[in-house]
Design a binder for this molecule. Structure first.
Ligand code: HMG
Ligand code: MG
Length: 295
């Protein structure tokens, strides 16, 4: 019924910390990522090379990327919305980047200050350079289940953007339920459309857990054969340009539920829990995961 192995990509240091109200020190971020590297991940999203005016929490992107320990077999992707961000990421030593756009025009404007079409135009030279530099590029589509400004989003619009990201050479496309308003029905309808254009093995689900439905939606996607899931330890986070959005689904919750279903993730639940408690204590915030293994 489910894939036997699901790859989990950790979003905490980027999607999680980009929305923290308190300033998180560079040193805390570096320690956090180094701890995550011990948990069994193959991919940990580290930071974003975006405008520090837009997202002050990620202003220390270069320092964080330089200072973290990089382990063989773990990818440390960073977000790059434009060539300026891409060049800075490469300068810092990034080997994988992610471009990001949306299925909603209004969200795209608010988030990256351009239309969807213009965002793809900006990605083209990035794809070319990345190809020359042997850098892998992941693509994000936001608002795949709905938009905080436009409401419902037509699955055909998601299909269109996913198709473009696939055509320009993204190795994987992450489908973002930015504000967590997805349902199993919407997940099926959206994936059904996207699958007309993008092969199953290139699709990831990136669910925020605003209304507590992320796990349900993820399981629905996995039943359809998706095998890559983005999540955030302790459910850290939210998008600064999506009012009301809370963090990604908790990594521990996903790993726990999947382990109960006999699906492997390669992640160590106890180390995840320790790391979740550590980062929550370090930044003074509650752990929003439901999983409490050691209690
Ligand atoms: P813009 O204002 O259109 O950019 O912003 P610009 O090219 O006109 O430049 C304006 C200023 O920004 C200039 O500086 C540039 O140098 C600077 P000034 O001359 O005013 O001092 N600038 C940069 N600085 C550093 N790094 C850069 C960069 N580019 C320009 N890369 C821009 C366009 C995209 C830069 C801006 O809107 C931005 O940074 N947005 C940030 C968006 C963001 O990080 N959002 C959160 C991440 S996305 C997300 O969370 C969703 C996701 O999780 C999936 C989901 O959940 O749906 C991925
Ligand atoms: Mg997100």
């Amino acid at each position: 019924r489910f894939p036997s192995f699901v790859t989990i990509k950790e979003m905490g240091p980027r999607d999680g910390l980009q929305n923290e109200k308190s300033v998180v020190s560079t040193d805390t971020k570096v320690q956090f990522i180094n701890r995550l590297s011990q948990c069994g991940y193959k991919s940990i999203e580290v930071t974003s090379f975006v405008s520090p005016k837009a997202v002050p929490q990620m202003a220390d992107n270069y320092q964080v990327f330089q200072q973290i320990q990089k382990f063989e077999g773990i990818s440390y992707p960073v977000l790059t919305p434009n060539m300026k961000g891409y060049d800075a990421a490469i300068q810092a030593g990034a080997k994988e980047v992610a471009v990001f756009t949306g299925a909603s025009e209004t969200f795209c404007q608010k988030n990256i200050n351009c239309s969807i079409e213009e965002s793809i135009r900006r990605f083209l030279p990035i794809m070319e350079k990345a190809n020359d530099n042997n850098v892998q590029v992941r693509g994000y589509v936001s608002c795949v289940m709905g938009c905080p400004f436009e409401g419902d989003i037509d699955p055909a619009a998601v299909r269109q953007v996913a198709k473009r990201l696939n055509e320009i050479g993204c190795y994987e496309i992450s489908l973002g339920d930015t504000i967590g308003i997805g349902t199993p029905e919407k997940t099926i309808a959206m994936l059904h459309e996207v699958l007309q254009e993008v092969p199953l093995e290139k699709l990831a689900l990136h669910c925020h857990n605003t209304y507590g439905r992320a796990i349900q939606n993820i399981l629905t996607g996995l039943e359809m054969g998706v095998s890559i899931v983005d999540s955030s330890i302790a459910s850290l986070g939210g998008c600064p340009y999506a009012p009301g959005a809370t963090g990604n689904v908790s990594t521990e919750d996903v790993v726990y539920v999947l382990s109960q279903l006999g699906v492997e993730t390669g992640l160590d639940l106890q180390k995840l829990e320790e790391t979740a408690n550590w980062i929550c204590a370090a930044i003074g915030r509650e752990n929003r995961s439901l999983y409490r293994g050691s209690e």
